[in-house]
Ligand binder design. Structure first.
Ligand SMILES: [Zn+2]
Ligand SMILES: [Zn+2]
Length: 334
């Protein structure tokens, strides 16, 4: 089969013919139809993930059709349209799994990092990592929902806001353009935050009720005048801006961190104590979370904006993504 491999850290991706994988016990083989390219694929590309081995096929936003089932597979069959995200399976016995919190499994497999992913014609996945893709959903548009989508949807639905509350979404990019849509469709007063006026129209067309150009206005003042945000969904990895925005939270407001940044936040306890504010992180979600993300998106008309590239152009597509030139998710199609 054709597959795109990362042979060593820092090397360009290469297209190669490799043997087709065969499903083991509890696994299915997926005939891939689309695979998103995510910023986290740089963990493979640059060798940044502890313990990763090479060669490795990246890709954790995978959509395709089950074409073979291994021994013991019970609930999925040949022909089922499925998706696999970052969460590529769990152990069922560690403390997190025993609590049903599979995404935090201490032995979690990560698709495209600990196992081969979806930059290929076929890939394997354990049955417990499969999400059903709603009928009629475009594969390339579904793919980003398995990472960017589930991360924004799942964090938001657990963030504690009620309909009508103010949810501010920092960043109108790969995560943010989905965060705005989910927030709006969930019934929150949605405020998009970005730098410059260029994304105002787009943000409004995605469902934002208000747009704050952080270059032209003081976002903390604007949010405070509105009554303060119940949730700020920080999709842009910008620790400095996030630190400043803490003062834009209202009573019991929560800053939810999604964009991975290694730089520290600078917030004093005093900024949080008085109004019982909090700052928390959120990982993506497990297979059921992904399935619910896609169902909600289908129900409410939420769509990822994607740029499509054929598998053969994975290297070029990766460059478009990593240089921040994509509007907004890059997807390989097969
Ligand atoms: Zn991802
Ligand atoms: Zn576990």
């Amino acid at each position: 089969m054709k597959a795109v491999l990362s042979n060593a850290p820092g090397q360009p991706f290469v297209l190669k013919d490799v043997p087709e994988p065969r499903p083991g016990k509890g696994e299915v083989r997926i005939k891939v139809t689309a695979c998103g390219i995510c910023h986290s694929d740089m963990f493979v590309r640059d060798g940044l993930f502890p313990g990763i081995s090479y060669p490795r096929i990246p890709g954790h936003e995978v959509v395709g059709e089950v074409d073979q089932t291994g021994e013991g597979v019970r609930d999925f069959k040949k022909g089922d349209v499925v998706g696999v995200g970052w969460h590529g399976g769990h152990c069922f016995t560690c403390p997190a799994c025993r609590a049903g919190d599979f995404i935090l499994c201490s032995r979690a497999q990560i698709t495209g990092i600990s196992t081969d992913g979806g930059y290929a014609q076929y890939m394997l996945a354990p049955e417990d990592a499969l999400a059903r893709v709603p009928e009629g959903m475009d594969a390339a548009e579904a793919a980003p929902l398995l990472c960017a989508g589930v991360t924004t949807y799942n964090s938001l639905r657990h963030a504690g806001a009620l309909p009508g509350d103010i949810v501010a979404v920092l960043g109108v990019g790969g995560l943010g353009h989905l965060g705005i849509q989910f927030s709006s469709k969930m019934g929150y007063r949605t405020v998009a935050l970005s730098n410059g006026p260029s994304k105002a129209d787009l943000a409004r067309s995605l469902g934002a009720h208000d747009y704050i150009d952080m270059k032209a206005a003081n976002a903390v003042e604007v949010l405070s005048r509105m009554g303060g945000a119940k949730v700020i969904l920080a999709t842009a990895p910008d620790s400095q801006t996030i630190s400043q925005l803490v003062d834009g939270l209202g009573r019991n407001g929560k800053m939810v961190l999604l964009g991975a940044d290694t730089r520290p936040l600078q917030v004093s306890p005093l900024q949080l104590i008085g109004q019982r504010k909090s700052i928390s992180g959120w990982p993506s979600g497990d297979a059921m979370d992904s399935e619910e993300t896609m169902k909600f998106a289908r129900l409410t008309g939420i769509r990822a904006m994607v740029e499509r590239f054929p598998l053969e152009k994975a290297e070029e597509a990766y460059q478009v993504m990593i240089q921040n030139k994509a509007r907004f998710r890059v997807v390989l199609t097969l």
